[in-house]
Design a protein around this ligand. Structure first.
Ligand SMILES: C[S@@+](CC[C@H](N)C(=O)[O-])C[C@H]1O[C@@H](n2cnc3c(N)ncnc32)[C@H](O)[C@@H]1O
Length: 276
């Protein structure tokens, strides 16, 4: 007999133990979009999937390993932040006054953890929608004794727009954002004029936006929109791309791009007071 998928209707318990029934009921509840990790990240905290807006990421239901699931369950309450639209005080979140850099799209988080370990004077708020990566980064933070990493779950646009105060950030990192190579998908690319308008309100003057990509047409687009924006200036005096700075480790996605023969470009632009 098939199990009921309606959480308000427990599955038939005629020939089952109460444990079987509870397990089937829990599975059925999950099908209805309940969180997979009761003490971990919420499935879609701000309901961004239902917002009428083009998103820069593809919702994926990726497999979470036992180790990642264990990290999500155990560490989320301490170091996790659901992007639910409520204002967040970064000093309270980190419990100190170190400057805060936001990283959007950390993937599996290896580069994030390495950078946080190399620069303990900076707090890193790392945001992604990718559940296995969230578990991986939490585990890496614990294994390396990092007190300066927090993991945010959900859409970075909502975090920036609804939850962070003006000038809250000291820096922004966007490493290998989804390139959306097809023309009809270009509107999904994160680095666009409207995104930079939003970033300019949340990044303090002097803070740096650091982007990197292995997709050359996207690199050109990034350079064009950052150059054209009145509140950002290129840190390169020649006005071009930067080579990978020593402080940025090779990322997982970057390594795959290099394997395919792609050229990597970094861009470092400083937030300035609005140019007339
Ligand atoms: C191509 S991967 C790169 C991951 C990592 N930076 C690397 O270089 O290996 C891009 C990541 O950005 C995340 N992402 C894209 N748009 C996002 C958004 N609006 N908010 C949060 N994460 C986003 C995706 O889920 C994905 O994990």
């Amino acid at each position: 007999m098939s199990e009921s998928l309606n959480p308000s209707e427990p599955p038939s318990s005629e020939h089952r133990s109460s444990d079987d029934v509870a397990a089937a009921f829990a599975r059925a509840r999950r099908v209805r979009g309940e969180p997979r990790f009761p003490d971990g990240p919420q499935a879609d905290p701000a309901g961004s999937h239902f917002e009428r807006r083009i998103r820069s990421f593809q919702p994926r239901r990726s497999r979470v390993t036992a180790g990642q699931a264990e990290g999500l369950q155990r560490l989320w309450g301490r170091w996790g932040l659901d992007i639910d639209g409520h204002a967040v005080d970064l000093r309270e979140l980190f419990g100190d006054e170190r400057p805060v850099v936001l990283e959007i799209g950390f993937g599996m988080g290896e580069a994030t953890a390495q950078m946080a370990a190399a620069d303990p004077a900076t707090n890193v708020l790392a945001v992604d929608v990718h559940t296995p990566g969230q578990g991986n980064l939490l585990n890496l933070a614990e294994q390396n004794g990092l007190t300066n990493v927090r993991v945010a779950n959900g859409d970075a646009i909502i975090l920036l727009r609804e939850m962070l105060k003006p000038d809250a950030l000291d820096g922004l990192r966007v490493y290998f954002p989804d390139p959306w190579p097809k023309k009809r998908h270009h509107k999904r690319r994160l680095i666009q004029p409207e995104f930079l308008d939003l970033v300019a309100t949340r990044l303090r003057p002097g803070g740096v936006v650091h982007c990197a990509t292995d997709w050359e047409p996207y690199a050109e687009q990034m350079l064009e929109v950052l150059d054209a924006h009145p509140e950002f200036e290129n840190t390169r005096t020649d006005g071009g791309f930067a080579p990978r700075p020593e402080f940025r480790p090779l990322t997982r996605f970057e390594a795959q791009g290099i394997e395919k023969g792609h050229v990597v470009n970094d861009l470092l632009f400083r937030r300035v007071e609005r140019r007339p």
